[in-house]
Structures are given as C-alpha cells and as structure tokens.
Design a protein around this ligand. Structure first.
Ligand SMILES: NC(=O)c1ccc[n+]([C@@H]2O[C@H](COP(=O)([O-])OP(=O)(O)OC[C@H]3O[C@@H](n4cnc5c(N)ncnc54)[C@H](OP(=O)(O)O)[C@@H]3O)[C@@H](O)[C@H]2O)c1
Length: 326
C-alpha cells in the first residue's frame, strides 16, 4: 500500500495534522493569553492525541505568537509530549504594525530571529519542519539556503517545506537548497476544489477561471513532497455551519455529505476529509478546529477514505462544482 511522503521520509505517520491557528485567543497584540487559553490548548491536544494525531501545525503569526506560546505551556506541563509529536511552524509573513502594510520576508535577517522566537515561545530546542509561509516575490534562494543550512547545523530545524507555492517556485528554491522540500501546504477542500478542476479543465474554456497551479498535484507526487491541505473542513460549511449566503451547490453538497455520513454511520466531518484523503497523492488534511468534540468527529476520516467509492467521490465533486464534468 502507498504511504504518505512524510511517512516515507521517516518524519511522521500522522494521517491528519492539527492546525493550531485557533489557539491563544485574539489576534490583538494588546491582549495576553490566559489560563483558559492554555486549558483550551490542552483539551485540543488531548482530543487530537486520542484519535492518533501526532502532528501539529503552527505559524509564528498565529494569534500574533500566542498560539505557539500556549502550546509551549502544554509542552511544559507534559514534558514527555515533545518527543511523541511532530511540530511544524512557518515563517515569512510580517503582519502590519499599523504603519507598514502586511508583507512577506524570506531574508536571512528575518528567518533566523523568527525561528528563535518560535523555539522560545514553544519552549523547545527544535522544530521538526519549518515552512516558508507564502511566496515572497523578493526571495533569493541562495540566501534562504544559507539560513536553512545554519538552522539545520545548529539543530534548530530538522526539515524544510513551503506553503502556497507553485511547482515553478518550488523548483526555483530547491535548486539552491541543500535539503529536500518535504511539504507544500495549500488550501484544498470540497469548497476549494480547484485543485481537481485545474486537472479536468485542460483544453476547456472553463479552465480559464481556475486558480490552482498547473500540474501541482502531479509534480508533488513525482517529487515525493507531502501535500497538506489547509482549510480542509471548509470552516464547517458542509458539516453544520453553512455560510450566510451559501450557494445552491454548497447547500446540496452539505445535504449529500450528511446523507453519506448517515448511510455509513459516521460524521459529516469524516466524509468531508475522506473526500480529500481518497486522492492517491495521500493528502494530509490540517484540521483547524480546536473544539475537542469536533476533533474527535474527524476520527473516522481515514477509514471513510478507504470505504469511499469512486461513484461517491465523483458525486460529491460534481455537487460541489455545481456543474457536470466537461
Ligand atoms: N498555510 C497557510 O497559508 C494557512 C492558512 C490558513 C490556515 N492554515 C492552517 O490550516 C489550519 C486549518 O485551517 P482553517 O482553520 O482555515 O480550516 P478548517 O479546518 O476548514 O476550519 C476550522 C474552522 O472552522 C470552524 N468549524 C469547523 N466546523 C464547524 C462547525 N460545524 N461549526 C462551527 N464551526 C466550525 C472551526 O471552529 P472550532 O474551532 O470552533 O471548531 C475552525 O474555526 C489552521 O489551523 C492552520 O494551522 C494554513
């Protein structure tokens, strides 16, 4: 049986990752985190571990550093936990400080202290994976390579990856980097299904509207790079939290997800994730819920991805597209 690229590389066999963007309270710099936020993080991690999730996704900007800080408190309270889990974080976005606009920064001068900040907040000596968060148009691969080499040699970072990047950008970077890029994290779900549309619209007028990098799915599989899906639950749109102005396709798809979940005696969350996980690329969904019950509702996703028939997969796709196949 085919295994995930991260498992193949001996980094993680966790089929799901827990996204930690919802931890730590508000995005307001003036607010500090509280004991309640630490308790929330502890409960989320406990629920995730209980369903076999051993991979945790962070970014230095999440709740302006507080997501990592509360996670650090969880690690401090459970010293044996660090060795049992895989932690990845991201650098490269600078939030607006009120004067300058939000911007991207892959300079060595930005990357190195950012990683020190992450390690300090998490209270750990190393990150399993460091991702570059969003492509910086001013990136210089040789300079990034210098930063990565320093991080690797000092033991601060063990593996490197990217997020929201095209095959061309990955190739451009990889030419200079000493280590393989192991992850690319992108928005993918039953709502954001252009990752499938891009492939089926080749030679079709409809393809002019697709906004997913051409050939990315094939490139990632050929290069053995893990595809991680952010936003995989579509923020609950098909599993109990419809958008205020939901389209007809969304309403129909939510009903279909529920119907399949009922027939299979499982949860809508498991079906929504299973649809992503059935793809042969072995996509790893990064679920963003921090609600313990909702985390546990994702438990059956792997089994459902194995049970899902081609017919169900295509029926969900056509429903989500709101249009038949070309
Ligand atoms: N690389 C990138 O550029 C990037 C960008 C964004 C996010 N990410 C990562 O990906 C992770 C997941 O992203 P995401 O949070 O956008 O995705 P998601 O998993 O699709 O959505 C999770 C969000 O939806 C809410 N939700 C889900 N089902 C719900 C329901 N039935 N009722 C009410 N609320 C519901 C959750 O609230 P509750 O917590 O209350 O359940 C949570 O706020 C993040 O945590 C982060 O680690 C990466």
């Amino acid at each position: 049986m085919k295994i995930m690229p991260l498992e193949h590389r001996g980094i993680s066999d966790s089929r799901l990752a827990l996204g930690c963007m919802g931890l730590g309270g508000s995005w307001n710099r003036a607010d500090d985190y509280t004991a309640e936020h630490v308790r929330q993080a502890e409960e989320a991690v406990e629920a995730a571990l209980s369903i076999g999730i051993t991979m945790y996704d962070h970014a230095d900007i999440y709740t302006v550093g507080k997501a990592e800080a509360v996670f650090g408190q969880v690690l401090k309270n459970q010293p044996k936990l660090r060795e049992q889990i895989v932690i990845q974080s991201k650098v490269g976005i600078q939030l607006s400080d009120g004067t300058l606009p939000a911007r991207f920064n892959f300079s060595k001068k930005h990357i190195l202290p950012s990683v020190d900040g992450i390690l300090e907040r998490l209270g750990t000596e190393y990150l399993d994976i460091l991702l570059l968060h969003r492509p910086d148009p001013l990136m210089e691969p040789d300079e990034i390579a210098e930063a990565f080499t320093k991080l690797k040699l000092s033991g601060k970072v063990r593996n490197f990856g990217v997020s929201n990047m095209s095959p061309g950008q990955i190739r451009f970077l990889q030419r200079s980097l000493p280590d393989p890029i192991v992850v690319n994290q992108l928005e993918m779900s039953l709502l954001r299904h252009d990752w499938v549309d891009q492939g089926i619209h080749v030679n079709q007028k409809a393809g002019l509207k697709d906004n997913f990098p051409e050939g990315l799915m094939e490139f990632m599989q050929m290069e053995n790079i893990q595809i991680q899906a952010w936003g995989p639950l579509a923020q609950g749109r098909f599993s109990g939290r419809p958008a205020e102005k939901a389209s007809e396709a969304e309403i129909n798809t939510a009903a279909l997800v529920n119907q399949i979940a009922n027939e299979n005696e499982t949860t809508p969350e498991a079906i929504v994730l299973a649809w992503l996980m059935k793809h042969p690329a072995r996509i790893q969904p990064v679920i963003g819920t921090v609600n313990p019950a909702r985390i546990i509702a994702c438990q059956d996703a792997v089994r459902q991805s194995e049970l899902m028939t081609r017919e169900q997969w295509y029926t969900l796709l056509v429903s989500a597209r709101g249009a038949n196949m070309p």
